[in-house]
Write a protein that binds this ligand. Sequence first.
Ligand SMILES: Cc1cc2nc3c(=O)[nH]c(=O)nc-3n(C[C@H](O)[C@H](O)[C@H](O)COP(=O)(O)OP(=O)(O)OC[C@H]3O[C@@H](n4cnc5c(N)ncnc54)[C@H](O)[C@@H]3O)c2cc1C
Length: 579
Amino acid sequence: MIFSHDVVIVGAGGSGLMAALYAKEGGADVAVISKLHPLRSHTGAAQGGIGAALGNEEEDHWLWHAFDTVKGSDYLGDQDAIEIMCQDAPRTIIELEHYGVPFSRNKEGKIAQRRFGGHTRNFGEAPVRRTCHAADRTGHAILHTLYDQCVKNQVRFYDEFQALDLIMTPDGVCCGVVAYELLTGEIHIFHAKMVCLATGGYGRVYKTTSNAHASTGDGMAIVLRSGLPLEDMEFVQFHPTGLYRLGILVTEGARGEGGILLNDKGERFMERYAPTVKDLAPRDLVSRAIYREIREGRGINGKDYVYLDLRHVGREVIETKLPEIATFSRTYLGIDPVKEPIPVAPTCHYAMGGIPTSYDGQVERAGRGSIVPGLYAVGECACVSVHGANRLGSNSLVDLVVFGRRAGIHMAETLRKEGRKKEPLPENPDRRVREMLEDILSRTQGEPVAVVRADLQQTMMDNVSVFRTEETLNTALEDLKQIRERAQRVVIRDKSKRFNTELMDAVELGFLVDLAEVITRSALNRTESRGAHSREDYPKRDDENWLKHTLIYREGEGEYRFDYKPVTITRFQPQERKY
Ligand SMILES: Cc1cc2nc3c(=O)[nH]c(=O)nc-3n(C[C@H](O)[C@H](O)[C@H](O)COP(=O)(O)OP(=O)(O)OC[C@H]3O[C@@H](n4cnc5c(N)ncnc54)[C@H](O)[C@@H]3O)c2cc1C
């Protein structure tokens, strides 16, 4: 079938819903397609909070927030974009509150704020309370409120429709997407004046991750396959505190409320690595510190984890401010954080890189100003770039709402200026998708998806995680070559039309392989250490050669091209990062 709308948004997490709401309020006819029910989107898992310099608990300023974000990004974030985000954040939070987000309150009845890693007062002096939260269910509260508002405003939802390709005219204008309907197995065309990708992250590239099964980076992979670039893919965030072996997240809010990290000797080891902010250092630093403790034999009982100790914080704070993580810890590990420390280890958490965009979400083809007409991207799948080489905790939710809102407004304004007329559809826009699905369905011999996926996740975990070297990265590339061939031959048992999730698993495996390869190649290409990209064979940051963004293009099977774009510096000159 062909569906027709002014604006088609792919993804119903915080960023997609924010873009949908503002585009709709601006007068556009808006459809949201989502492979999951919107309320199952990963934004619902966000725990600790959303950063904004409201100053409800103590003095705070947007410029302090901007400085922390720039320093946290290891000076790779674009400072003009960061200024937009930090200046816009307080107003956007108030708007969310007015839409109905049930934020926790302080004693004065204002939105409560807590400490988070890398957020400081007065340009690095000491931790500041900047992260607004709804207990430790902030994403859940935001997602539900935005969904209510979208339904109220009559945004059209297509639930359990999975986008598999972009539709581009011969002149390079985006005029729609091809989507697979899970219920019926039908392939549909969405014809649009504008398409906005909001498909979230790719955590499932790694074995241990805080991300949901659906976080397979679809939007990024689709863009790469369309000949467009991805930016800064070497920067993958590992969150320091995943539940040991499971990777399920224990929010940084736990340390914000006073939790501390301990090694086997009972030492609060972060005092050695970050004397000023200690356990509230940024994530790249804390994850590296944990691995160093483990490598030097100070993991708990000589094993590959440390403790997060909340016992001194007390039952009341744990039960009221951190109820979700208390439940996770009891349910999954049988550990009561009121009485025992929680075993934790780093877990793959967030994609700093993604689809390059302007400050209004327009996708860029080759650096600032080179817009792909009709195509937008927002949220974790996009790279505007406010997080640079390392994102600060609570800065993703604010990125979603600030830039989701800006993209929504921009799409509505563009429609008003240019009119509603769409580019005509090219011939056979769904050909590539039909051929891909027919090929998978026709195979009779090969391995199951899960076996190949597990090998992919293992090699990425072993060779492309917190620490990397040329040797480990080359090992990963060798492995990925074989894995790609095996992925192209996987066999599925379910050949039916209805809810064929196995078929979509096979498609997603292809996306994961593509992304694993660009992450690894980009990591091999950047011969320095910066933020979350830690090359043990190039341990220093190298501003002379590498203070620039990477753009990677796929030019054919196994063929890639790199290009670069400058980092925008406005107020804060790069300095050595100390905490
Ligand atoms: C456990 C956890 C806790 C976190 N806590 C915080 C926090 O406290 N503060 C903070 O700032 N950040 C936090 N983050 C990060 C933050 O939650 C995410 O970066 C953010 O929610 C991503 O939102 P999004 O809108 O980009 O995408 P998501 O919320 O991931 O939504 C993606 C959407 O895209 C849809 N989709 C994907 N592929 C397709 C396709 N092919 N076709 C159709 N639809 C598709 C999905 O159905 C979904 O609706 C946390 C992350 C995790 C994993």
